[in-house]
Design a protein around this ligand. Structure first.
Ligand code: ZN
Length: 599
C-alpha cells in the first residue's frame, strides 16, 4: 500500500496548558487553495458544539518552507492560499473538557475525539490517512500508553506510533486515550475485547471483565454471530463523581464514578452503582448495532457542519435504553426483581415531568439540538426524554407484540430484522418506516398503537399490558425529594411543595419549579434562595424533614431572596401526586411470557 497522502501527527506539546499540536501534511492540496474544516458536532451527541472554537493557532507552509497564508472562511472552515507542492498545516487545540464529547489533556492523561482534533481536508474525505501519535517528552509521561481502535500501522498495540484510518469518517470514530492506563482483556464469541481504565481506582478488573464478557456475548448472540467488529474497546475515565458515555463503531468512551466500579470486597454482590455502570456499558455496546450500523437514513452520510434532524431517536436511544437494563437480567447478571426495580425507577423518572404531556418522543428526537441537549430550569415542564420515554415505548411495543403474536414474537425480532435488512446492508431507516418494519418482522399490525406512543403524549398503557405478564404496576407518592421509585416503600408521603433544589450558601436554591405546584402558585421561581419556612432557617438537607411536620393543605410562610431582594410568600401544601412507580411480581408463571433469564 502506498503511504497515505494525508498525514496527521498529534503531539501533547503542553499538557500543563492543555494544548495539543497537530501537524497535518497534505501531499496533494487543492491547486485552487486547500479548504480545511472541523465538525460542529459529534455523532451520538446531538448538539452544536463548535469544536473549532478550541483551535488556538493555525499556520501553513509549503514543503519547501515558504509560508502559506491561511484565512478563516466561517466559524469552522479555513482556506489556505494556493500551494503547488505538499502543504504542511500546524495547529494547536485547547483541550480542557472532561467529557466523552471533545478533548482533554493534562499531566495525568490525554483524551481526544477526532472531531475535536482532526481538520478535514475538504474534497479528500475519502482518502485514507496516516496518524502518528507521539509520546510526550519527560519523565512524567514515561509510563504513558495509548488506547484506541484506530488500526495500528507497524505499531504494537497500546503503544505510541503510527495508526491508519480508511477515510475521514473512520478517522473521527476512534477516540484516543493516553496515560498510565490499567489494561485488561477478554474474549466474547471469539472477538478480543479490551478494557482500559484511566484515573485513580481500585477496581476488581477480573470481575469487570467477567461481567462485561457476559453482556457482550449476550448482545452478539441477540443480533446473531458474527459480531460486527473484529475487536472492541471499553475506555473509561474514572473520576470522583461522573457519568456518561458515547458510542463509536468499535469502541466506547465512558466516564464513571470511582465507587461505581466493582471492588474486591464486594463479593458476588452487584451494588447499585455497579449496576448503573454495567447498564451504561451495555447501552453503549448495544449501540454497536443500533445507531452505529442501523442508522436513520438522515445520517447517511452525517452532515457535521449543521444540525441533522431526525424524529427517530426514540428508536436509536429509546430501544437501546430498554435493552441495556433488560439484558442485564436476560444474561443472568441481575434478578427479575432487580430488573423490575430499575424499570420502576425509569417509569418514575418519566412520570415526574409534565413535559411528557406536551412533547411526543418524535418531537423530542427532532428538537434534541435545542431542547433535550439544552435543558433549562423549565425542561421538566416542557419536554420529554426520548431516552426514558423512548425506553417505555420500546417496553410497551415489546409487550404488545408478544400479546398480539400469541407469544411467538417480541421486540428482539424487530431488532434482528433491522440488523439484517438495514445495518448489514448499510441502508438507512426512513423517518416513517418503523410501522412497516414492525409488521414485516413480527407479522403484527401495530400502526395505531405505535402512532399514539410515538406521536402522541399519552402515557403508554403499561399497567394494562403488565397484567398479562403477572406484574403489578403500583403508584405511590414520593416520600422524599430524592425518592427515585422502583420500590414500594413504607415511608410516609412528603406533603407536596413542588420544587427541586440544591444546597446554596444562603440555604436552599430552587433549581426547578414544577408546573401548577404549590410553589409555582405561590410565585416561587428557579434561582430563588429559600432561607426560611415559617420563620425558621431551612436548607436543602433539612427541607424534607421540615415538610414532613406539616399536613397537606397547611399554609406556610416561605422567605427567600430573589436576586438581592428579600421576599416572602404563602405556600399552601398539597396532597402529593402519585407519580412514583414500583413493580411487583404477581404471577411468576405469567412473568415467564416476558422475563426469561438466560434467553
Ligand atoms: Zn445512547
Amino acid at each position: 500500500m502506498p503511504a497515505p497522502s494525508i498525514h496527521y501527527t498529534v503531539k501533547a506539546i503542553n499538557p500543563n496548558a492543555h494544548l495539543w499540536q497537530v501537524d497535518l501534511l497534505i501531499q496533494h492540496p487543492n491547486p485552487n487553495g486547500q479548504v480545511l474544516k472541523l465538525p460542529t458536532w459529534i455523532p451520538g451527541s446531538y448538539m452544536i458544539r463548535d469544536f473549532a472554537k478550541n483551535i488556538v493557532t493555525v499556520t501553513a507552509q509549503s514543503a519547501s518552507g515558504s509560508s502559506v497564508p491561511v484565512k478563516k472562511q466561517n466559524k469552522s472552515t479555513w482556506i489556505c492560499s494556493i500551494c503547488n507542492e505538499p502543504l504542511k498545516i500546524q495547529y494547536t487545540v485547547y483541550a480542557w473538557d472532561l467529557s466523552v464529547r471533545s478533548a482533554h489533556l493534562d499531566q495525568t492523561h490525554g483524551y481526544f475525539n477526532g472531531t475535536s482534533l482532526f481538520l478535514e481536508v475538504v474534497d479528500q474525505a475519502n482518502q485514507p490517512c496516516l496518524i502518528t501519535l507521539e509520546k510526550p517528552e519527560g519523565d512524567t509521561y514515561q509510563n504513558w500508553r495509548v488506547a484506541t481502535t484506530l488500526k495500528e500501522h507497524q505499531t504494537p498495540r497500546f503503544e505510541f506510533g503510527d495508526y491508519l484510518a480508511d477515510n475521514y469518517d473512520d478517522l473521527i470514530d476512534h477516540p484516543v486515550e493516553m496515560g498510565d492506563l490499567t489494561l485488561a482483556s477478554f474474549e466474547a464469541c471469539g472477538v478480543p475485547h479490551d478494557v482500559v481504565l484511566s484515573g485513580r481506582h481500585d477496581a476488581d478488573m477480573e470481575r469487570l471483565c467477567r461481567d462485561l464478557k457476559t453482556i457482550c456475548e449476550y448482545h452478539i448472540q441477540f443480533f446473531g454471530e458474527p459480531a460486527p467488529v473484529s475487536r472492541y474497546l471499553f475506555m473509561t475515565l474514572v473520576v470522583g463523581e461522573g457519568y456518561g458515555g458515547l458510542e463509536h463503531r468499535s469502541s466506547t468512551s465512558l466516564v464513571c464514578s470511582r465507587d461505581d466500579l466493582p471492588h474486591k470486597n464486594d463479593g458476588d454482590k452487584i451494588t447499585d452503582g455497579y449496576k448503573t455502570y454495567l447498564g451504561l456499558c451495555s447501552h453503549e455496546y448495544f449501540h454497536t448495532w443500533n445507531v452505529k450500523r442501523i442508522k436513520p437514513a438522515r445520517f447517511f452520510p452525517y452532515e457535521l457542519q449543521e444540525e441533522s434532524h431526525t424524529q427517530l431517536l426514540w428508536v436509536f436511544e429509546g430501544f437501546t435504553s430498554y435493552f441495556d437494563d433488560l439484558s442485564l437480567f436476560s444474561s443472568g447478571l441481575i434478578s427479575a426483581e432487580e430488573y423490575l426495580g430499575l424499570l420502576g425507577k425509569t417509569i418514575s423518572m418519566v412520570l415526574q415531568g409534565s413535559g411528557r404531556l406536551k412533547q411526543s418522543v418524535a418531537e423530542s428526537s427532532f428538537d434534541t439540538w435545542t431542547k433535550f441537549y439544552k435543558q433549562d430550569e423549565n425542561a421538566l415542564n416542557a419536554i420529554v426524554s426520548y431516552y426514558t420515554k423512548g425506553s417505555l415505548v420500546a417496553l410497551a411495543l415489546d409487550l404488545k407484540i408478544r400479546i398480539e403474536s400469541a407469544f411467538t414474537k417480541d421486540l428482539s425480532y424487530v431488532m434482528r430484522y433491522l440488523w439484517a435488512n438495514y445495518g448489514l446492508k448499510q441502508r438507512g431507516v426512513e423517518e416513517n418506516e418503523m410501522p412497516t418494519i414492525i409488521t414485516a418482522s413480527t407479522g403484527v399490525d401495530l400502526d395505531d398503537f405505535l402512532f399514539n406512543l410515538v406521536y402522541g403524549t399519552e402515557d403508554p398503557p403499561l399497567a394494562e399490558l403488565f397484567e398479562t405478564f403477572g406484574v403489578h404496576y403500583g403508584l405511590r407518592a414520593a416520600s422524599s425529594s430524592t425518592d427515585l421509585g422502583g420500590k414500594k416503600g413504607e415511608d410516609p408521603a412528603l406533603p407536596y411543595f413542588g420544587i427541586r433544589h440544591k444546597n446554596s450558601a444562603l440555604g436552599l436554591e430552587i433549581t426547578v419549579v414544577k408546573e401548577n405546584s404549590p410553589a409555582q402558585q405561590a410565585g416561587l421561581s428557579s434561582g430563588d434562595q429559600l432561607i426560611a419556612l415559617d420563620h425558621l432557617k431551612v436548607d436543602s438537607s433539612s427541607f424534607d424533614k421540615r415538610l414532613l411536620k406539616y399536613e397537606s393543605g397547611k399554609q406556610i410562610t416561605a422567605t427567600y431572596f430573589r436576586r438581592d431582594e428579600l421576599m416572602s410568600t404563602q405556600v399552601t401544601l398539597a396532597s402529593p401526586p402519585e407519580n412514583i412507580c414500583y413493580l411487583e411480581i404477581s404471577d411468576q408463571e405469567k412473568l415467564k411470557k416476558w422475563l426469561t433469564s438466560g434467553q
